[in-house]
Design a protein around this ligand. Structure first.
Ligand SMILES: [Fe+2]
Ligand SMILES: [Fe+2]
Length: 322
């Protein structure tokens, strides 16, 4: 380990402490970290640096209890710390129990996602969640049968995205998408699909009655807002398409672009079905909530071919009904 990685920088008083014990094994910091040498700093690690346990213990053993960050990076560091505090997954669990844990972690992740900007540490964590999700589905595609729509009112928004990711990944797997990277792009699309809702006031998102026209217009802006939010991230274009077009419908009646079926990627159609299915099975209004058979029946009789792809629907049925 060497500290001779940068030039002497500004005075310590301009910088903020960042304790080394808050850095986690297998995590990425998307901000510069400096080591204090006398009254000055040298750059220790640049943006996108990946940390490993051996280096962290090496730093502590050599007496570097604190590194330092620039004042303008405080928000990024706070976001990193939130991601680092998310519980670790117990990989020894059976796929169905593991999926339940992923959904729990995913809900907290989504809450953090709604609270701040998209940072590299957020995207890194989302990729980790997507990888876990894909592994579960690859091991047992039917594990999505264990997903429940139960959630208290406030948690619905946060649980929804990760559940959509799980359903969309299972549909894709059933339709023959088996390679891990392709499944990950779909899972990531699901995780981020409603990220634009963080730009919509919670009073509109949580409103129990019908939305006024002006409120509905704001709500319908979320795919575009989400797409803008993800513009600077390294998200795959299929995942971005899911963010932008998950409210399109096969007959062109959707938004924001009123696309017809031939312009919609199959992956987007899978995510659209996953989104509709989760909304039906976990409606926040108790009397509108359906069990999974009622939801499949509703889609079959009211939405198939006009809104929802038959192939995706058949795949979802195969995943859920055995
Ligand atoms: Fe949406
Ligand atoms: Fe959604």
């Amino acid at each position: 380990m060497s500290l001779a990685l940068g030039l002497p920088s500004n005075l310590k008083s301009d910088y903020n402490e960042f304790p080394v014990d808050r850095l986690l094994d297998n995590s990425v910091t998307d901000f510069d970290l400096f080591a204090g040498i006398g009254d000055h700093f040298i750059l220790y690690s640049g943006q996108g640096y990946k940390w490993e346990r051996s280096e962290l213990s090496g730093l502590l053993n050599q007496g570097y209890k604190n590194l330092w960050i620039r004042p303008e990076d405080v928000a990024k560091a706070a976001s990193y710390e939130k991601m680092a505090k998310l519980p670790l997954l117990d990989k020894t669990l059976h796929p169905e129990d593991r999926l339940e844990q992923i959904i729990d972690i995913g809900a907290t992740f989504t809450r953090y996602l709604y609270e701040g900007d998209i940072t590299a540490s957020i995207v890194y964590k989302a990729e980790e969640l997507a990888t876990h999700l894909v592994t579960c589905i690859q091991e047992d595609q039917g594990c999505v049968r264990g997903i429940t729509g139960l959630a208290n009112h406030d948690m619905y928004t946060y649980l929804h995205s990760i559940r959509v990711a799980a359903y969309a990944t299972a549909i894709a797997h059933q339709m023959g998408v088996t390679d891990t990277e392709s499944l990950k792009t779909i899972a990531l699309g699901g995780i981020f699909h409603d990220v634009g809702k963080s730009s919509v006031p919670m009073t509109i998102i949580n409103k129990s009655g019908p939305l006024l026209e002006a409120e509905w217009a704001v709500m319908k802006s979320h795919p575009m807002e989400g797409h803008k939010k993800m513009a600077d991230s390294c998200l795959h274009h299929v995942s971005r398409e899911i963010v932008l077009h998950h409210h399109e419908r096969l007959n062109g009646s959707g938004y924001p672009d009123a696309l017809q079926v031939h312009s919609l990627l199959p992956e987007v159609q899978m995510a659209t079905l996953a989104d509709v299915f989760d909304a039906l099975t976990s409606s926040r209004s108790y009397q509108n909530k359906r069990n999974r058979f009622e939801a499949l029946d509703f889609i079959k009789h009211r939405l198939l071919r006009t809104d929802i792809s038959v192939d995706a629907y058949m795949a979802l049925v195969a995943c859920l009904v055995k």
